[in-house]
Design a protein around this ligand. Structure first.
Ligand SMILES: NC(=O)c1ccc[n+]([C@@H]2O[C@H](COP(=O)([O-])OP(=O)(O)OC[C@H]3O[C@@H](n4cnc5c(N)ncnc54)[C@H](O)[C@@H]3O)[C@@H](O)[C@H]2O)c1
Length: 277
């Protein structure tokens, strides 16, 4: 359903690792909608992932940047502006990582060096992404910045660990920077709170398959896929959403506002029946 709604727009897309990544889908959809963009990821991810295939498919350049490094980010914006021929209209921050989650440390027994690293990668990098742009005045008037979040920022998901705190920070940064960048350049800043999605980062969370099934059973529209998330991102980069800013936008098939569904209840009733046997 390409309608060229990003024709003439220039972007930077962080976080495409492989073809399951949400950022990968966003890049494909943005390309189909007429945008030009630069792809970026941490140098180690560029070595491990398959981003060069995406660059070829979308005719885009890859610029390495560790999103925790202001030097890398400044270089990234300068290169992107030069290669794309003007200021940046949209930025996708699709970055998340918790060392505690990776290494199986629970919330109540964190290694704080790992906690700080996870915070820098998953939360603070969103601020740096915007502060680097601010320093260079790199974003165009009515630009759009989108970060990806998860509902564990509002409600407890028992194995989501320190990522829950990082997502709460991410959403707060969207509000605060959304204010300042709105005043300065009419730039909007939002987070999308996405359904569980089977990607490298998503599947790394303990019990992912259970979360996925539970969310799908609870949501009247079912879980949102990575492709559907990409569509939503495109709408937020487009000129059709110019006054949407400082929001955390749930993109989850209705999960966030459903207490119990018939499908989920059936599962419980079945367990209770089995217990009586
Ligand atoms: N998959 C899900 O279930 C789900 C649900 C809601 C929100 N999200 C969020 O979506 C975003 C994208 O994740 P995904 O699910 O596509 O997984 P993914 O693993 O494909 O993407 C995560 C990306 O973060 C990048 N990254 C890590 N450290 C970095 C650094 N220092 N600098 C630059 N990039 C770095 C990785 O290289 C990778 O490309 C994350 O913010 C994630 O928390 C995912």
């Amino acid at each position: 359903m390409a309608n060229n709604i990003l024709k003439g727009k220039r972007g930077i897309i962080f976080g495409a690792l492989d073809n399951k990544s949400i950022a990968w889908k966003v890049a494909e959809h943005a390309h189909n909608e007429g945008a030009k963009f630069v792809l970026t990821n941490a140098p180690i991810a560029l070595r491990m992932g398959t981003i060069s295939e995406l660059a070829k498919e979308t005719g885009s350049e890859i610029v390495p940047a560790d999103a925790t490094s202001m030097d890398d980010l400044i270089k990234l914006y300068k290169t992107a502006i030069e290669k794309l021929g003007g200021k940046i209209d949209f930025v996708l921050h699709s970055i998340g990582m918790s060392v505690n989650v990776r290494k199986g440390k629970p919330y109540y027994d964190q290694n704080y060096d790992w906690t700080i690293r996870g915070y820098e990668v998953s939360g603070l990098s969103f601020h740096k992404t915007m502060q680097a742009a601010w320093q260079l005045d790199a974003l165009a008037e009515w630009g759009s910045v989108v970060g990806l979040s998860y509902i564990a920022a509002q409600r407890v998901f028992h194995t989501y660990n320190d990522m829950a705190d990082n997502k709460a920070v991410l959403e707060s940064i969207a509000r605060s920077f959304g204010y300042h960048y709105g005043i300065r350049r009419n730039v909007r800043v939002n987070t999308i709170s996405q359904s569980p999605t089977a990607t490298t980062a998503g599947s790394g969370v303990g019990g992912f398959d259970g979360f996925y099934r539970f969310a799908n059973d609870l949501s009247p529209l079912g879980n949102a896929t990575a492709d559907e998330c990409a569509d939503y991102c495109i709408s937020l980069f487009s000129d059709y959403t110019r006054k949407v800013t400082m929001q955390n936008l749930f993109h989850d098939g209705g999960f966030s506002f459903t207490g119990m569904s018939e499908t989920a209840m059936q599962t419980y009733l079945k367990v209770m029946e089995d217990e009586k046997k």
